[in-house]
Design a protein around this ligand. Sequence first.
Ligand code: SF4
Ligand code: SF4
Length: 333
Amino acid sequence: MSKEIIKIGDFTRFNSSSMSINWVITRTCNYTCSYCTVYDNTAPFTPFHQLENAVKQIKSLDKEKYQIIFTGGEPTIYPKFNDLLELILLSIGQNIRINVVTNLSRANSFYKKFVDKFQNFNKNIYFVTSFHFEFANKNSFIQKIKFLINSNYNVTVNLMASPPHMSLVKELMSELKNINSKFLNINPIAIRSGNSLDSRYKKEDLAWLKENFIQEKKPIEVTFSTKENKPIIKNYTASEMNTLRMTNFQDMLCEAGINNFSIDVDGKVNKAVCFRRRDSDFNIYKDDNLKKHLPKTPITCPFSRCNCNDDIHIPKYKNTNSKHSLINIKNLL
Ligand code: SF4
Ligand code: SF4
């Protein structure tokens, strides 16, 4: 059966008045993972007054809900990271979710201070972490996770099942599972090569993966049209779409910039992560009137691959009819 994607994206973002911002606050990192393509320990930190301008611009968009995803490098290394979070929370209020994508490598005193400072905002701040095998220490990693969840913060652990480190992966998984808290989400991620699992996994590893693989929520809804003209809707995670090579949306209409945008470390604003490191005519650290700069209508995707998991969530459709047809299509199924 030949089928074509006519609509795809995180269904909660269709027709929503929310704004999701992927913000690289610094590329500095205290780890130097051999596989990392983003850390840069040579660039200076952005002066705080420029970040204040960015927060002012974000607030001026006047959205009902915001999500800010802080990435790096290691975002908590930014010297005034806590001050920045405080400024955002006080300016924008309760309608915000902040995801801190972190390696959890700071000293215990950092987390103690953090929790003391933000005790009224544990519903607004989420930690997303992964264990970096070349540098991280298992006991310290687990101890910090316990401290955060005991302080009622949500922590998601993306546990990469690295084939050379499977005995440590299994120990980590077992200790994390024993924590047994509603504040902890564990996502073991199997390493794939093309459509198959990495060939370095041993038989016992494959059995373990099968037993321990916890399904992520599948928020990406894909509507296919078929030759028979019967639409089909299926749900995927962004990682699945990447693995299945279902990430070519070239020439589809994409809402990049309408309910999300990306801020690079130098303040350049792009409609989505895919445009990062390309020309941008707006710098949120210096310029005014972000609202005017962001697109109001969908753009035509110029790329042959939608690489970033964040970008895959953005609503895209073949034409405006396919966007608005969703409700009818759902009723048909
Ligand atoms: S912890 Fe993350 S940002 Fe830092 S070097 Fe490793 S992969 Fe890169
Ligand atoms: S690559 Fe960029 S423009 Fe193309 S679909 Fe993905 S987010 Fe949209």
